[in-house]
Design a protein around this ligand. Structure first.
Ligand SMILES: C[S@@+](CC[C@H](N)C(=O)[O-])C[C@H]1O[C@@H](n2cnc3c(N)ncnc32)[C@H](O)[C@@H]1O
Length: 190
């Protein structure tokens, strides 16, 4: 399952004490994983437009005893640079985007290309030298294919000497299959 692969990659990349961002916290599954790994010495910034999503994520983390590192931002992730604490530049180790709509909620409230790309650009500025950005994009809902294409084009425009771009598209799972972007800085840059 793609979610398990994404979570394995995140667990392999993130360490205790790190700073992480969940740009679309939804029902809190990704935030919980990030909080579990970074622990109380780390920070997880969880963004969502929907108050209900923030409440759902808060409840999940409370239940799991993982609230300590998490800061909630009920806001558009396009504004993340303005809303995150000063001094985060170059210190964000992981940013997670799970696009589309929140399962179990209004399917009309979806991520959108302009705000997604604004948030991705902000994350590339904040990311540490060994940081990673994970984006899972879905094409099955209205606007999803356009947004997926926008993220693909965005990733293709990144300077190849600075960024390592891997797209994964699992076959035979569902139609249309989700796509997963795993983006890391090239370690060779000076
Ligand atoms: C697929 S869900 C995320 C699922 C979540 N990662 C989880 O583990 O449950 C996408 C979420 O993005 C949120 N969202 C949509 N547009 C947003 C925006 N511009 N800024 C922040 N969150 C947004 C939606 O409200 C929704 O909760």
């Amino acid at each position: 399952m793609l979610t398990h692969r994404v979570h394995r990659a995140l667990a392999g990349h993130l360490r205790a004490g790190d700073i992480a961002l969940d740009a679309t916290c939804g029902n809190g599954h990704d935030t919980a994983l990030l909080a579990q790994i970074v622990g109380s010495s780390g920070q997880v910034h969880a963004f969502d437009l929907q108050q209900e999503a923030i409440a759902q994520t808060h409840a999940r983390l409370t239940m799991l005893g993982l609230l300590a590192p998490v800061r909630f931002h009920c806001a558009d992730h396009a504004r993340l640079s303005a809303l995150l604490p000063a001094g985060l530049q170059g210190r964000l180790r992981v940013a997670v985007f799970n696009l589309g709509y929140r399962p179990g909620s209004d399917h009309h409230i979806v991520t959108a290309p302009a705000t997604t790309l604004a948030a991705l650009n902000a994350c590339t500025d904040l990311l540490s030298r060994d940081g990673a950005i994970s984006v899972v994009a879905y094409s099955g809902h209205p606007g999803g294919a356009v947004e997926t294409d926008a993220v693909i084009h965005w990733s293709e425009a990144l300077a190849p000497q600075d960024w390592h771009v891997i797209w994964t598209c699992p076959q035979g799972v569902r139609r249309p299959a989700p796509r997963w972007l795993w983006l890391t800085r090239q370690q060779t840059q000076t």
